[in-house]
Design a binder for this molecule. Structure first.
Ligand code: OSB
Ligand code: MG
Length: 377
């Protein structure tokens, strides 16, 4: 398929409830969306970069110019058969994985439409149903968090993950475990601890957690390996895993026993599949992480989660937990037993609501083949 034009836009939409991690509290989400225009069809991708460089060095204001100046010119006017071709076309640009991922995933979506197959099958998925968990942010009070846990368990979610930070950890997990001794429970620190906290983190062992996600620095394997040696509880890496090569290093160093796969964080579906496969070779289970996505990124996560080694419930949950009205139709829905079922429809199986997206757009630019707005130096 020939890529004739690419639109990049920023949309802004309010979250149903604020989301607080160890690094920030957000009330709204700003997202970059990309649209590929090729052979009369339109395919979409979502850039999961945050509003600030707090989760990762990348944020929306680095993603946009990187796409405009380097990544989009590498695609425009080209005939591309498959999303698999993107990493090579983008290889000269170092990092900027979320920007790359948005474009690559849109190419995979276009490929699935052109071939007339569901995206999940194109990605090599084998599961018809995926298991869903929820990620619960830091609240103003523990009571408010307990209410949220109760609500999500009643809705059928199969794993509860809570965000932790110093001062919101042992006390909070103790209250959850006291009330629900047997649920699948995990926590995510988003790099809030250091080597001075090993004794403190060892106190989390008694809560029989499924995992402790990214307790230490976002770029570290060495100290995570030291911590993992000390703990019986599995460490799961999120931020630190940027590629399949990172995954191999982390696993062989013993830095974790579980891996969170976020397709944007690793630069697109090709690398996400490689991370998945690397873990599978090491008999390490993975699960699909989330970045408060709109329906476009969310349905891409659903498709990826159908792959065999996604053995643990992911942070892929219903649209209505985040948005009053999602930008895909139908919204992503989770059954009362905590599952999302994929269909045999072509592409993601969800329709993109272009009218609503136009209303939410705060800036937009279309780049066309042969008319490079800003070409690389
Ligand atoms: O660390 O997994 C994370 C959201 C934003 C940034 C980082 C993370 C998260 C989540 C939310 O945990 C997952 C979701 O529900 O989308
Ligand atoms: Mg995380």
């Amino acid at each position: 398929m020939k890529i004739e034009a690419i639109t990049v836009r920023e949309i802004q939409l309010p979250l149903v409830h604020f989301f607080e991690t160890s690094f920030s509290r957000v009330y709204d989400r700003s997202m970059l969306l990309v649209t590929l225009h090729c052979d009369g069809l339109e395919a979409w991708g979502e850039c999961v970069a945050g509003e600030d460089p707090f989760y990762s060095p990348e944020w929306i204001d680095t993603a946009w110019p990187t796409m405009a100046k380097y990544l989009i010119p590498a695609l425009l006017g080209k005939s591309i058969g498959s999303g698999r071709e993107c990493p090579k076309l983008f290889a000269r640009v170092r990092g900027h994985r979320m920007a790359k991922g948005a474009l690559e995933n849109a190419v995979w979506e276009a490929e699935s439409m052109e071939k007339g197959v569901p995206l999940w099958k194109l990605l090599g998925g084998t599961r018809r149903q995926i298991e869903c968990g929820v990620s619960l942010g830091i609240q103003d009070t523990v009571e408010q968090l307990l209410e949220k846990v109760e609500k999500e368990l009643a809705a059928g979610y199969r794993r509860i993950k809570v965000k932790i930070k110093p001062g919101w950890d042992v006390n909070v997990l103790a209250r959850i475990r006291e009330r629900w001794p047997n649920i699948l429970l995990s926590c995510d620190a988003n790099s809030a601890y250091t080597i001075n906290d090993f004794d403190h983190l060892a106190k989390l062992e008694e809560f029989r957690l499924l995992m402790i996600e990214q307790p230490l620095w976002d770029d570290d394997f060495y100290f995570h390996a030291a911590l993992q040696k000390r703990l019986k509880t599995a460490i799961c890496l999120d931020e630190a895993i940027r590629s399949a090569r990172d995954t191999q290093a982390a696993l062989e160093l013993g830095a974790c026993r579980i891996v969170n796969v976020k397709v944007g964080r690793v630069g697109g579906f090709s690398e996400a599949i490689a991370v998945h496969d690397m873990c599978q070779q090491h008999s390490v289970p993975v699960w699909c992480g989330g970045m408060l996505e709109t329906g476009i990124g969310r349905t891409h996560n659903v498709a990826l989660s159908t792959k065999e080694n996604f053995k643990l419930p992911g942070d892929v949950s219903a649209s209505k937990r985040y948005w009053k009205e999602d930008i895909v139709d139908p919204p992503v829905e989770v059954s009362s037993d905590g599952l999302i079922t994929v269909s045999d429809a072509v592409g993601t199986g969800y329709r993109v609501k272009t009218d609503l997206i136009e209303k939410l757009t705060i800036r937009k630019e279309t780049y066309r083949a042969g008319k490079q707005a800003s070409s690389p130096r």
